[in-house]
Write a protein that binds this ligand. Structure first.
Ligand code: C2E
Ligand code: MG
Ligand code: MG
Ligand code: MG
Length: 283
């Protein structure tokens, strides 16, 4: 069809922008079918308690096994899912799958293991969110306090009244709320005080330059001090080296997550990691 449009148009039609739009549309069509075709799956990355070196939870991270393109990262398809509203059914699938998986992780003689699920702003605004969360917990049998929901600063700042209502409902259910990518968005300190958030996850961009980067070191220490002052726990994301871990321990960081502690891994690796965790002392 481009051939009929004359020389200049032909040039335009084959431009990389057109290619981008076409591949975007193709990706969207594919994403619509990804759920029903079983092309989505979850990996789980361990979160480690610094003081005891034990696993306290796993973050669920979605992947798309595309029939032609291979494995696609969430940084590529989550924005598309948000744009198209597909994030609502995809997010529900993630929530239900993660809760079911985490129910199987629990062991009567080991410490409880949380599962963390990322919530996008669109999901948070969905009026059915609390019903979906309740239903995922009920159907899986997972205790509410073992489900962590990761929100971003942007999600919380969007619409003050609706945000308060939703947070109040989630708090009523008893899930563990955390703020993801902390420090990269806009946070009002006043809001942090009012929201009943249990943990801040320091964004990996602050951690990656440690220990050499003195500015990011100062920011990291300040976030930890503030969080502790507000009785919140702190998770450092993107911990890749032992030197970073040592520094974070020295700063009093509560939990760490990153390639140094463990990569996002399939369910069978999770079971293996958990089976090497110590059993609780019996009295
Ligand atoms: P996030 O929630 O901040 O997740 C952490 C990201 O950092 C993950 O990327 C993880 O694989 C990566 N990561 C972990 N350790 C390290 C490290 O030591 N170094 C570096 N450089 N990276 C590390 P991933 O899996 O590609 O996910 C990217 C983002 O996509 C997530 O960022 C999250 O915002 C979004 N996402 C993933 N799964 C879901 C989901 O189920 N729902 C929603 N709404 N968003 C999701
Ligand atoms: Mg996250
Ligand atoms: Mg996130
Ligand atoms: Mg993050």
């Amino acid at each position: 069809h481009a051939k009929n449009c004359g020389k200049n148009n032909a040039k335009l039609y084959s431009s990389s922008l057109t290619m981008q739009i076409m591949s975007h549309v193709k990706l969207e069509v594919g994403l619509r079918k990804a759920l029903q075709n079983d092309e989505l799956y979850l990996l789980y990355q361990p979160q480690i308690d610094v003081a005891s070196s034990q696993i306290v939870g796993f973050e669920a991270l979605v992947r798309w096994r595309h029939p032609e393109r291979g494995i696609i990262s969430p940084t590529e398809f989550i924005p598309l899912a948000e744009e198209t509203g597909l994030i609502v059914p995809i997010g529900e699938w993630v929530l239900r799958t993660a809760c079911k998986q985490a129910t199987g992780w629990q062991h009567p003689r080991r410490r409880p293991v949380r599962v963390a699920v990322n919530l996008s702003a669109k999901q948070f605004k969905d009026e059915n969110l609390t019903q979906i969360v309740l239903s995922a917990l009920h159907d899986s049998g997972l205790p509410a306090e073992l489900l962590e929901l990761e929100l971003t600063e942007g999600t919380l700042m969007d619409d003050a009244r609706a945000t308060m209502v939703t947070l109040e409902q989630l708090r009523g259910i008893g899930v563990y709320l955390s703020i993801d990518d902390f420090g990269t968005g806009y946070s009002s300190m006043n809001y942090l005080k009012r929201f009943d958030v249990r943990a801040l996850k320091i964004d990996k961009s602050f951690i990656s330059g440690l220990p050499a980067d003195s500015e990011n070191a100062a920011i990291t220490r300040a976030i930890i001090a503030m969080a502790h002052g507000l009785k919140m726990a702190v998770v450092a994301e993107g911990v890749e080296t032992d030197a970073q871990l040592q520094l974070l321990e020295q700063y009093g960081c509560d939990m760490v997550q990153g390639y140094h502690l463990g990569h996002p891994s399939p369910p069978d690796s999770v079971q293996r990691m958990l089976s090497s965790q110590p059993e609780l002392a019996t009295t």
